[in-house]
Design a protein. Sequence first.
Length: 217
Amino acid sequence: MKSAIKPEEAAEMIPDGSVLLIGGFMGVGSPHRLIDAIVARGVKDLTLVGNDLCRPGQGMGKIVDAKLASHAIVSHIGLNPEAQRQMIAGEMQIELVPQGTLVERIRAAGVGLGGVLTPTGVGTLVEEGKQVIEIDGRKFLLEKPIRGDFALIDARQCDYVGNLEYTLTAHNFNPVMALAADTVIAEPHHIMPVGVISPDAVKTPGVLVDHILERAH
């Protein structure tokens, strides 16, 4: 059984220089209370891994605004002019990864694979610096796994074992990220008694979850 913790307690666990896997899509299905606690604590030199850097003042965009990230691995920054400015100014290194490739690299880390072979990006800027492998006359890029020190997960509900159920956009990235980090911190909207959540609804089993946030008051 797990005890629910405060967002501030979760943020205290995260040291400077950590790699954070943060779920969601354009801030929807993201762990907003955890993000706010990280910004309030001022954790520095973070590497952010997620679909996107959202917008200024929203989701991971808050971490960008506070200049707490030195590196980001994402598929999209087009709606965040501050992230673009920091990249151009050399204040933050941004690795842009095709969306499908990004989620497969995270999944590869979670299931213990040595990497992913994909034709996406062959013959483009994406290929630069990467190993090209030819199979049956077709070229593939070897994309290495991405693993996090922490995965910050948004869930519709959980129980005190840590079993997680997702809804709507939270299905984007959150479940796969829960596989691929040393420490998994879940931010549920509701905490239910053990046995209430149907086993068929559980997408992340509690054995993968280290900490759960207390419900927002």
